[in-house]
Design a protein around this ligand. Structure first.
Ligand SMILES: N[C@@H](CCC(=O)N[C@@H](CS)C(=O)NCC(=O)O)C(=O)O
Length: 261
């Protein structure tokens, strides 16, 4: 049987419904009308208010450090402003935001008319933009290598936090020196004081955060790693990083959504 074609009025109705759905998401996402975002709205609004008109960075993520923190840390260290759209579980579960994200996940990052997903791509995009991707191709490749290895460590850490914290924490801490040793070796050799070369790179932001988070997990984690300690202190003393890490925005933002750390 021939299916009946939707009439013009039906088509218009469908279009209107679609538009309404989109607007609903927009309002919730920007946090201007949704009470679900609570305190985080203030942060997003503050960022918007202090942002020069020419800056159009927008980061969409949950109110945790998680995968977004290396992005935030790089933006802070480089003195950039951005608008933070804080996603609540309630918003996420509604589904419209998830459906609007290319791979159904956040972080989402907007740089003007460019929308990016995938943390690594976002970080590398900003690193190229800010000139923290090495002085030449050789350094860039070494930075990629360091960052990929750090992401391996981050994945191990996330697995512990999200999947088997109670049963595996002790063993994880026992194994940790083996995972930190390569960075100790690199930093002891590199007189530039960074993972690669003589200037900070996007990989350094991830290492600094991983060191901090592992020290929360195990306060003695760096005891036998003098070069890592010096490195942590040096990076943490960079004025913008110091100010950020002493701020409530950073301190009050949980490392993970399940409270494990
Ligand atoms: N490979 C992706 C992974 C992103 C990812 O796992 N995002 C999580 C938050 S950290 C997420 O969106 N979870 C919600 C979901 O998958 O429904 C990236 O690095 O950006």
């Amino acid at each position: 049987m021939k299916r009946s074609q939707p009439s013009g009025a039906q088509k218009r109705k469908k279009r209107k419904e679609k538009e309404e759905k989109k607007n609903k998401y927009r309002a919730a996402g920007e946090g201007t009308s949704s009470s679900a975002q609570g305190a985080s709205n203030t942060q997003a609004t503050e960022a918007r208010n202090t942002q020069p008109a020419s800056v159009a960075f927008v980061l969409t993520y949950f109110n945790v450090r998680g995968r977004a923190e290396p992005i935030r840390l790089m933006l802070k260290d480089q003195g950039k402003e951005w608008t933070e759209i804080t996603v609540t579980m309630e918003m996420w579960q509604q589904g419209a935001l998830r459906e609007s994200c290319l791979f159904g996940q956040v972080p989402k990052f907007q740089d003007g008319d460019l929308t990016l997903y995938q943390t690594s791509a976002i970080r590398r995009h900003l690193a190229r933009k800010f000139g923290v991707y090495g002085k030449d191709d050789k350094e860039a490749s070494l930075i990629d290598m360091m960052d990929d290895s750090l992401q391996d460590l981050q994945t191990k850490y996330f697995t512990l936090i999200f999947q088997n914290y109670d049963t595996h924490k002790e063993n994880y801490i026992k194994e940790l020196p083996r995972h930190l040793a390569p960075y100790e070796k690199i930093l002891a050799c590199n007189k530039g004081g960074f993972l690669v070369g003589k200037q900070i790179s996007f990989a350094d932001y991830l290492l600094l955060l991983l060191l901090q988070h592992h020290q929360v997990l195990s306060p003695t984690a760096l005891d036998n790693f003098p070069a890592l300690q010096t490195y942590r202190d040096k990076l943490s003393a960079r004025p913008n990083i110091k100010a950020y890490m002493e701020s409530d925005a950073y301190r009050n933002r949980a490392i993970s959504p399940n409270g494990k750390q």
